[in-house]
Design a protein around this ligand. Structure first.
Ligand code: SF4
Ligand code: SF4
Ligand code: SF4
Length: 270
C-alpha cells in the first residue's frame, strides 16, 4: 500500500470514529433528555385528559396511543402530546383555551371507543341507567314521555370530571364590574362549540357569535352544563360574578369563550 492510500484509509477511519462518537454523544444526550423529561413528566398531573381517564399513572402505562379518541371527537378537542413529553409522548390531552370538549357528540364517543378502557365508560353507563330508573320512579311519571336516550345523555355528560374551572378574580371582567361587547376571541379564532343558547344540533364557530353583556357572564351563559356547574352570584362587594360549583365537568367551554387576553377562568385537573 503506497503512502497516499494509507493516508486515505487513516482519514476514513478517523471520520468514521468521529461520526460514531458523535452519534453516541447524541444518543447519550437524547437518552439523558428523555430520561429527565420522563422523570419530570410522570405523572402528567397538569394534563387535562379526555373524559373518563383513569388515574394518571395507570393511564400513562395503559394508553396504547392508538389515537381512536382523537379521530372520533367531532370537534377535534383531543390532541396527542409531542415527543418532548417523555413517556407521556403520544397520549391524548385537551387544551380547552383552543378547543374544549363541548359534549356535542352527545354520547362520550371518545370514552366508548377507547379499546383499553383507560377512558372508562363504566361510571357513565351506570350514571345513565341510574338516571333513567330515577326518572321512571318519579311519582306520576308518564313513561311514554320519558326518552331514555335524552335522560342518559344528560346524566352521562354531568358525570364527566376532566377538572374544575377556577376564576381569576383580578382579571375577570365581572369582578371588575365590566361588560363585554363583540366577538369574544376575535374573528380569526377557529374554536367551535354548540352553544346552549342556540337550536343548532352541531358545533359552530365561536367567531360567529356576537355578544353584548352589561356585566360579562359569557362563562355562565355558554356553559353546556348550566347552573349545576356555574352561576351568577352577588358577592360581598355587591358585584355579580361567576361562581363555580362541584358540578363543573371541566369541559373548558368557559375557558375558550372568556374574552380577556389570558382566560380569566381556567380548568385545573383534579
Ligand atoms: S382511544 Fe384510549 S388507548 Fe387510544 S389513544 Fe385514546 S385514550 Fe389512548
Ligand atoms: S367570561 Fe371571563 S371575564 Fe367574563 S365573567 Fe367569565 S371569567 Fe369573567
Ligand atoms: S363551568 Fe361549565 S363550561 Fe366551565 S368547565 Fe365547568 S362545566 Fe365546563
Amino acid at each position: 500500500m503506497d503512502k497516499e492510500k494509507k493516508n486515505i484509509k487513516r482519514r476514513e477511519f478517523l471520520k468514521g470514529s468521529l461520526v460514531a462518537s458523535g452519534a453516541l454523544a447524541l444518543f447519550g444526550t437524547g437518552a439523558f433528555i428523555l430520561d429527565n423529561k420522563a422523570a419530570e413528566n410522570i405523572p402528567r398531573e397538569d394534563f387535562l385528559r379526555p373524559p373518563g381517564a383513569i388515574d394518571e399513572k395507570d393511564f400513562l402505562y395503559g394508553c396504547i396511543k392508538c389515537g381512536l379518541c382523537v379521530q372520533i371527537c367531532p370537534v377535534q378537542a383531543i390532541k396527542l402530546s409531542g415527543a418532548t413529553e417523555g413517556l407521556a409522548f403520544g397520549t391524548p390531552y385537551i387544551e380547552p383555551r383552543m378547543q374544549p370538549c363541548d359534549f356535542s357528540c352527545d354520547a362520550l364517543q371518545c370514552v366508548e371507543t377507547c379499546p383499553t378502557a383507560v377512558l372508562d365508560f363504566k361510571p357513565f353507563k351506570e350514571a345513565g341507567l341510574r338516571a333513567v330508573e330515577e326518572a321512571a320512579a318519579q311519582p306520576g311519571a308518564d313513561l311514554s314521555q320519558v326518552n331514555p336516550f335524552e335522560v342518559q345523555k344528560v346524566a352521562m355528560k354531568e358525570e364527566v370530571r376532566i377538572g374544575k374551572a377556577r376564576v381569576n378574580k383580578s382579571t375577570c371582567l365581572a369582578h371588575n364590574e365590566q361588560g363585554f361587547k363583540g366577538i369574544s376571541r376575535g374573528k380569526d379564532f377557529e374554536g367551535i362549540y354548540r352553544s346552549p343558547n342556540s337550536d343548532a344540533t352541531s358545533a359552530s364557530p365561536l367567531s360567529d357569535r356576537v355578544f353584548n353583556r352589561e356585566i360579562c357572564n359569557l362563562c355562565i351563559t355558554e356553559c353546556p352544563i348550566g347552573e349545576k356547574a356555574i352561576y351568577q352570584k352577588l358577592n360581598r362587594s355587591g358585584k355579580l360574578v361567576p361562581h363555580v360549583l362541584d358540578g363543573c365537568t371541566g369541559c373548558g367551554v368557559c375557558q375558550m369563550v372568556c374574552p380577556t387576553e389570558d382566560a380569566s377562568i381556567v380548568v385545573e385537573p383534579y
